[in-house]
Design a protein around this ligand. Structure first.
Ligand SMILES: NC(=O)c1ccc[n+]([C@@H]2O[C@H](COP(=O)([O-])OP(=O)(O)OC[C@H]3O[C@@H](n4cnc5c(N)ncnc54)[C@H](O)[C@@H]3O)[C@@H](O)[C@H]2O)c1
Length: 458
């Protein structure tokens, strides 16, 4: 666009925004003056921190369908275990499991789960149900912002039509919509909500401007305005898909180098000395973001008859990792004259990643299930996992205390509580011959030529 056209375009946009702002009395200003209320729908890892951050200066309603979670939040307890009681203090927030309370909201942020089913097809039920509940309460001048991770097109093709149908109102005439993907990283105390650049987008220029101001109020790291809702939706999926594909590449290489008896970690250390080598490592990809989001893209591509071969293959490689590591462990044990079925194995860590309580879609737990079928005994230690939840999800039991005489140790998840695990400690719990499978190479390589110790990494 040439300079003159760009100036005209900016002028046109400013005029539209200022007309709409005067017409709708600028919802952001109303939030600041507490003449308007913002509601969060879905108070999990994503929704609760946002609700509490907004509640430092805005009037907030926190709505979640799970009453027992709401009861905990009313006592200043984060059911996801990420926030402390002090984070709930001095906040203008009302937690509720009653959907009708959304009648009082002017801005509604939706952060409900977007999982996949057993068939790896997106399960949009929580999202469509949330849209129905929001639609019932939707009023003229309201703005609905979606934060749940979805495929490009989902907000406009699925969510807005539900809101319009249930409310009888029209998008961009009576109410407005935006999409602002979340990048929060549970367990990460550095990249916290306000320190992560936020992407915003709107159904028109007015929505984008208001949504920009609302998030700009709380985000210190800055706001990126995406060109459209679809761009913002795609950006989020691409972030996680890029990680998934790169980790899959490392996992494939690790599989190859395992066969060739080459240490992958040493290869990556050497290759990493090149200025443009990308810093990815092999590992288990679990959780409900990296291991799930690519399926949303695969689904969308399928709708238009496209196959995403690289992304699909990466998913398969990463999903196959639990079985592969068990196979590798059995192979190394065999070199020590042991069979897995006669071995006693200790697994360190079973949540989907380090320093979180979240057990959902954990590949470490899946590996434990396979080990449990193939080994003589499997002791699983995890200071972050809830024992009952673990049993409910995976039909296995956590071990309370590390025992001794282990034939193998699998250091699967690097929780901070495992920092004391070193070779001296391993000496105290090992059988005469031991295999240590250290996924992330957290231990130093054992020194000396100790044939009684086999040490492998991913
Ligand atoms: N957890 C992360 O690290 C992360 C990071 C970025 C984006 N996301 C995305 O954010 C979204 C939310 O993820 P999460 O990890 O916070 O999920 P979560 O499972 O931790 O929490 C979701 C909450 O929503 C509630 N809920 C479900 N259906 C509801 C409904 N219809 N109405 C109201 N509440 C409802 C649940 O009871 C739960 O408390 C997902 O789309 C996810 O992909 C998650």
């Amino acid at each position: 666009m040439n300079t003159q056209l760009a100036t005209l375009e900016n002028h046109r946009r400013d005029t539209i925004v200022s007309n709409l702002e005067s017409q709708h009395a600028n919802i952001y200003e109303k939030l600041v003056k507490k003449e308007a209320t913002i509601a969060l729908v879905g108070l999990g890892y994503v929704g609760l921190p946002i609700a509490l951050e907004f509640a430092k200066s805005f009037k907030v309603i926190g709505f979640d369908i799970n009453k027992s979670r709401v009861d905990l939040m009313n006592q200043g307890i984060d059911p996801s275990g990420e926030l402390a009681t002090k984070d709930f203090e001095d906040k203008d927030i009302f937690f509720t499991a009653t959907a009708e309370t959304l009648d009082k909201a002017d801005v509604i942020v939706v952060a409900v789960p977007t999982p996949v089913g057993e068939d790896k097809i997106p399960n949009l039920t929580p999202l469509t149900k949330a849209c129905q509940a929001v639609g019932v309460s939707l009023g003229k001048g309201n703005i609905v912002i979606f934060e749940s991770t979805v495929y490009p097109g989902c907000t406009e093709e699925i969510c807005i039509p539900i809101l319009e149908e249930v409310s009888g109102l029209r998008c961009n005439t009576d109410f407005w919509v935006g999409y602002s993907p979340e990048r929060i990283n549970p367990g990460d105390k550095v990249h916290t909500l306000t320190k992560i650049t936020k992407i915003v987008s709107g159904s028109d220029a007015y929505a984008e401007e208001e949504i920009f101001k609302i998030y700009d109020h709380i985000i210190e790291a800055g706001i990126h305005r995406a060109e459209s809702i679809k761009v913002a939706e795609a950006a989020k999926i691409v972030e996680n898909t890029q990680r998934d594909v790169n980790i899959a590449l490392m996992n494939e290489l690790s599989k190859l180098f395992g066969e060739l008896d080459i240490n992958t970690q040493e290869v990556l250390k050497a290759a990493g000395t090149k200025w443009n080598f990308l810093n990815f490592y092999p590992g288990l990809v679990g959780g409900h973001c990296i291991g799930v989001d690519p399926y949303y893209l695969i689904h969308k591509a399928g709708e238009i008859g496209m196959n995403l071969d690289v992304i699909h293959a990466s998913r398969t490689i990463n999903d196959d990792m639990p079985a592969l590591v068990v196979k590798q462990l059995a192979k190394v044990l065999a070199t020590q004259g042991k069979s897995l079925k006669n071995s006693k194995v200790l697994v360190l860590g079973t949540t989907f990643k380090e320093n979180v309580t979240d057990l959902r879609n954990s590949k470490a737990a899946e590996m434990c299930q396979i080990l449990n079928m193939e080994a003589k005994q499997v002791d699983i230690i995890d200071p972050h996992a809830d024992a009952t939840e673990f049993t409910n999800y995976y039909k296995l039991h956590l071990t309370e205390k590390i025992d001794s005489n282990y034939d193998a140790i699998v250091y699967a998840v690097n929780h901070k509580e495992f920092e004391h695990i070193n070779w001296e400690f391993i000496q105290t719990i090992r059988n005469e011959k031991i295999t240590v499978y250290d996924f992330k190479k957290l231990l130093d390589s054992p020194t000396g030529n100790n044939t009684n110790t086999k040490y492998i990494t991913l």
